[in-house]
Design a protein around this ligand. Structure first.
Ligand code: PLP
Length: 474
């Protein structure tokens, strides 16, 4: 494909993608296919000779679309949202065009420098404390691929800083055992923390201690402290705590202030996972939910979930970037450059070496929407969620599992778990709307997250009517 053909087909692909989104409502939100459906739609081997692009693009409808779950369909209410906006898509096209691999400042200075400034813009927009900014003495932000990566990465930083201190005899950790082997180290998170926390512990070869929660599904300081005390008694070494702001199951918030105080008392690293809910902090009225944030060592959220920035864009801030220097520096000659004393090299701030020019998406989105446009989007989705919650509350057969939190409603038919399971299956089998369930303390419930920019009150009326119809058929 030469540049003239690229121009021609580029316009056609943009047209196709705009039409896809304009007409997405006409598609069925969830596919009706079986695993392995795709294999027989395409040849067994890659073509030996080039094919016309026209044929390739045509095959998107024939091969890909039948197997699509349409995440941006107005009736997609599952999981948490993944963001979708035109400025962000355009930024990704540009990022792919520039095609740099920004592992060091020298490998593409603009890639590193825009990321540093965008992470500062983002930190200021959501009201993070000054010490997370790159302009502070020791703080700074970086874009990761996913929240799971940030958890794993900060767990490694916390683990290895403690071990190195222990080795060098400078350890001031209040509970550090003299023999600091990894297996004796313990990380904590709520029983409702995302599964990526337990996974990070598996990968980091440390123990994971899930901690209980109160009636509000919030991990509290006293529960954490009891768990820590019990582990210390057993000769173990607590070192890392994940506080979740916006749990996946029900969007509950751990008590960051209490957890922060416990972590400060015991000298533990406090990481905040606000993967979904963090976007809402762009609205000042939600920020009481992150009270205590000044005690966190690291904070992460996914603008790619709810802030109009396309996947992948997971924002991580570290309070003390010197902690990275001690554990993650491997410096082969071929990666060195003559500005590394004064510049940031993001390869030390992440697990892989390679990285895309992702900050372009933040830049384009911030400038296209403005902070007020992003605030409006967040507030509109929360209002829609309130509307759906009101439909649930008004109906005698349904109840809220807990009050609306952010743009997520957890609800159930009044009845047994079995009935609710059957209800969800029946609803999803019709494939008009798509929901996923959750279960907490043996109560099974349905989750409806406002995801698509195209969802309206009428869609929610229809969704509720559909759920009711399936309930009445049970
Ligand atoms: N943490 C929470 C609270 C989440 O809700 C999720 C996913 O929904 C994750 C972590 C994992 O996110 P990622 O896919 O970015 O790793």
């Amino acid at each position: 494909m030469n540049s003239d053909e690229y121009r021609e087909w580029g316009k056609k692909v943009i047209d196709y993608s705009a039409t896809y989104l304009d007409t997405i409502r006409e598609r069925v939100v969830y596919p009706e296919i079986k695993p392995g459906y795709l294999r027989h739609l395409i040849p067994e081997h890659a073509p030996l000779e080039p094919e016309p692009f026209e044929n390739i693009l045509e095959d998107v409808e024939r091969v890909i679309m039948p197997g699509m779950t349409h995440w941006h369909h107005p009736n997609f209410f599952a999981y948490f949202p993944t963001a979708n906006s035109y400025p962000s898509i355009l930024a990704d096209i540009l990022s792919d065009t520039l095609g740099v691999v920004g592992f060091s400042w020298a490998s593409s200075p603009a890639c590193t420098e825009l990321e540093i400034v965008m992470m500062d813009w983002l930190a200021k927009a959501i009201g993070l404390p000054e010490h997370f900014l790159s302009t502070s003495e020791d703080g700074g932000g970086v874009i990761h691929t996913a929240a799971s990566e940030s958890t794993l990465f900060t767990l490694f930083v916390a683990r290895d800083n403690l071990r190195m201190k222990s080795k060098s005899g400078q350890n001031s950790h209040s509970v550090c055992s003299t023999t600091m082997n990894v297996e004796s180290m313990v990380a904590y998170g709520s029983k409702l923390a995302h599964s990526s926390v337990e996974r990070a512990c598996l990968l980091g070869a440390v123990q994971y201690r899930p901690v209980g929660y109160d009636d509000n599904y919030s991990m509290r300081g006293d529960l954490l402290e009891k768990a820590i005390e019990a582990d210390v008694q057993m000769g173990l070494t607590p070192f890392y705590v994940v506080a979740t702001l916006g749990t996946t199951s029900c969007c509950s918030f751990d008590n960051l202030k209490e957890l922060g105080e416990v972590c400060e008392r015991w000298g533990l690293w406090l990481h905040v996972d606000a993967a979904y809910a963090g976007s809402a902090f762009i609205c000042p009225e939600t920020r009481h939910l992150m009270a205590g944030i000044e005690m966190a060592q690291s904070f992460n959220f996914n603008p790619h979930k709810w802030l109009q920035v396309q996947f992948d864009c997971s924002a991580l801030w570290i309070k003390d970037r010197r902690k990275l220097a001690t554990v993650f520096h491997v410096d082969p000659l071929y990666l060195q450059h003559n500005k590394q004393e004064e510049a940031v090299d993001f390869r030390h701030w992440q697990i892989p070496l390679g990285r895309r020019f992702r900050s372009l998406k933040l830049w384009f989105v911030f400038r296209s929407f403005g902070v007020t446009g992003l605030q409006k989007w967040i507030r509109d989705t929360m209002n829609l969620a309130d509307y759906f919650a009101s439909l649930v509350v008004k109906n005698e057969h349904f109840e809220l599992f807990r009050p609306r939190s952010m743009a997520l409603i957890c609800f159930r038919a009044k009845g047994s778990n079995e009935q609710n399971r059957d209800l969800l299956k029946s609803v999803n089998d019709e494939r008009e709307i798509h929901l996923v369930p959750s279960e907490i303390d043996d109560t099974y419930f349905l989750r409806l997250a406002i995801c698509s920019t195209q969802t309206t009150q009428k869609d929610l009326d229809n969704a509720f009517d559909l759920i009711l119809r399936h309930f009445q058929k049970l």
